[in-house]
Design a protein around this ligand. Sequence first.
Ligand code: PEP
Ligand code: MN
Length: 360
Amino acid sequence: MENSKEMRTWLDDLGLDHPLVIAGPCSAETEEQVLKIAHELKDSDVSYLRAGIWKPRTRPGNFEGVGALGLKWLQKAKEETGMLTATEVANAAHVKLALEHDVDLLWIGARSTVSPFIVQEIADALNGTDKVVLVKNPVNPDLALWLGGIERLHSANIKKLGVIHRGFSTYEKSKYRNIPEWQLAIELQNRFPDLPLICDPSHITGKRDMIFDVAQTALDLNFDGLMIETHNDPDNAWSDAAQQVTPSRLIQIMQDLKIRKETDAEAEYNNKLGTLRAQIDVIDNGLVETLGRRMKISDEIGALKKQKNVAVLQSKRWNEILGRMILEGQEKGLSEEFVLKMFKAIHQESINHQEKILKA
Ligand code: PEP
Ligand code: MN
């Protein structure tokens, strides 16, 4: 698959002067709820009303979506408000029903993108469709798997494509529900600059208070749009209650987000600079987080040394690390002087930590 401008004509044709916004409840719950949310969003920047009809739940026994009945509510919402509609499909039967009910945008969920069989089944069922189809990243941080999903749709002659970045699950504890791993989305954007890239800060954060910051980061990284879960009564939502915002909060978020516009040469320069700086910020945050994790492990070593009554400084081990890192650094274009300075500083911090533990 090659980068092609054709993939984004559906987005350009909307003629928006702001990022694309897809919003609506995690799950369609009742007809009244879907219509209420649609009416509250119809005069905002939201182009597509989203609602999950079939819900992939991690454990059985939870609410699994209202099923095909909810598609009628989406259709009614479109009739009453003129909004376009969007839902998740996870198999050929879902595709058939969604197309019968004239859903305008279909997305493949993170749990489906991991399965080439499922993606292929969906691609085959959609073959040649003129609907927009978006692929969420797989739950694991695997760019090839994500791209594979797009390639399967592209090969099934589906022209209106895009991707949704919703973060990646990990075993590590984190402030995110799904860690953003921005560098993966940036790589995808570098390879396919014309493929519309949408961020889903709701599933990245899992908490409504964090949505604004993640949405701003996405826009700073030149994402084309946002998908934000929006519910008339978030606390009592039947799924993903903690991460949904009210329609009025969504409208406020859209107003407060800073959008950099490419109008002339200077704007383009600023835009590029801004994108590169945002990339640096992401990496710097990662550096500090990684160093923090390194120190935690160093603390554990300190505790072990204390038990065994061993000295903090073990120069043989340290010289081995330095030698290895200088070689690694050379391969990455880092000078020996820099690698030495950096690791001396890290080592000193580590010694300080361990000393503190030994003295405690
Ligand atoms: C959703 O959008 O409600 C959803 C289930 O998302 P994801 O596939 O990203 O978990
Ligand atoms: Mn959800």
